[in-house]
Design a protein around this ligand. Structure first.
Ligand code: C5P
Length: 218
């Protein structure tokens, strides 16, 4: 099989990237973190003071942007921004950036281009609904907002970022709201996606479930 696509969608902190990375390793799939791509565009808009309401300015930024993805290394216009794209200031605006049609058109094109002829696992919000509606396997991960906020808080603490549980919870709820109510490609489960609630499951349990589904399709 030349092309094999696994789509993993779900809200922030539902376990998409953790699970996708493990499964990618197990089956030798290319892993593409599409959220990181939206984060790169968000960082670029902050660094260049782009007014997100000014569509002309957004288009101009998109024309000049160079996104280079080397595994889990994210290079924005020649600079490694793998760390900078995960900071709270980028997280605070990324959903507003991702709601802009022109941004989505550019990044969806790039996601399809990167995946061409490969065995790929992509995580995001619209992979199974928009980017690859014919994906070989679609998984939709969910977990309670509190559980997701706790996971994110732990990640921030490990990186030495000082932020409270309440701030993280509010940020997650705010992103959930923007991502699922936007006009362009809102976050939603594809009809043929398997929904997995990761709240009370171990990483291993979720991976085993997905592995079995992959093996049935490879
Ligand atoms: O996955 P992550 O939380 O890093 O994604 C950051 C943001 O990028 C999401 O909150 C969402 O607004 C946007 N996103 C998107 N479509 C995707 C992936 C991410 O709109 N496929």
């Amino acid at each position: 099989m030349d092309n094999f696509i696994v789509a993993v969608d779900g809200p922030a902190g539902s376990g998409k990237s953790t699970i996708s990375k493990i499964v990618a390793k197990e089956y030798d799939l290319t892993y593409l973190d599409t959220g990181a791509m939206y984060r790169m565009v968000a960082l670029c808009s902050l660094e260049n003071n782009v007014d997100l309401k000014d569509r002309g300015a957004v288009s101009e930024m998109l024309d000049g942007i160079k996104l280079d993805i080397q595994g889990e290394k994210f290079i924005l216009n020649g600079k490694d921004v793998s760390h900078d794209i995960r900071t709270p200031r980028v997280t605070a605006i990324v959903s507003d950036v991702a709601a802009i049609k022109e941004v989505r058109v550019k990044l969806v094109d790039l996601q399809r281009e990167i995946s061409k002829g490969k065995k790929v696992i992509l995580d995001g919000r619209d992979i199974g609904t928009v980017v690859f509606p014919n994906a070989h396997l679609k998984v939709f991960l969910v977990a309670s907002a509190e559980e997701r906020a706790n996971r994110r808080l732990k990640e921030y603490k490990e990186k030495g970022i000082d932020i409270s549980f309440q701030e993280v919870l509010e940020s997650i709820q705010n992103r959930d709201h923007i991502d699922s109510t936007r006009e362009e490609s809102p976050l939603k489960k594809a009809e043929d996606a398997l929904e997995v609630d990761t709240s009370s499951k171990t990483i291993e349990e979720v991976c085993n479930k997905i592995s079995a589904l992959i093996e049935a399709r490879l």
